[in-house]
Design a protein around this ligand. Sequence first.
Ligand code: PGA
Length: 225
Amino acid sequence: MKYFVANWKAHKNLAETEEWFQIFKEKLSQNTKIIDALQQNKLQIVICPPHSLLSRVHELVTALSLPNIAVGAQDVSSYDEGSYTGEDAAKNLEGLVKYVIIGHSERRRLRGETEEEIEKKIKRIQARGIEPLLCIRGTEDKIVEGVKFIVYEPVHAIGTGENEKPEEVLKMRESLHLAPDIKFFYGGSVNGEDIASYLGSDRIDGFFIGGASLDPASFVDIMKV
Ligand code: PGA
């Protein structure tokens, strides 16, 4: 199973989301390889829109009527449900998402997210049966116990077009000493051209795609399964 996670970050409004799905649906219907891979459990797609669009994206994904396409959130509150204006607690995401991105380097950098908060967030969503996709920048970031998905995103490779070479990515996997059942993803400037070099390795289980996921055609083009 290969995972392809579209991380839209703070892009798109409602109209652009509708348009994205219209084209996505069209592109998928022309691509029997992807449809087969989805149906044979060889491919998992996760679409992570901004929180404001989660509900609509959940409807649009459901309307595709295809297996192995899930919705993910890009963050969750470290608070439980309650009087926390403006927060999205794990409970608020229930029924909408299967995954939540936790600890993305943009949040660690821009929001000063700490390891303590990250651990709290992981616990909150796990308690509701939602899987964390824990992003790490390298060996300096903590791998929280019980997390099944680790996403290696070297900061220099995010949004720069300077993707990290597969050999380096694999070296990182080795240095992390992950248990064999943990899935290891790579993210950082993945596009339709460089994807082939990563797909050769069964030690890389999936990919985070930021910039290239904003256009449904280029997102579909990356899934060379
Ligand atoms: P990028 O972003 O593909 O635009 O480099 C990846 C990410 O930050 O998840």
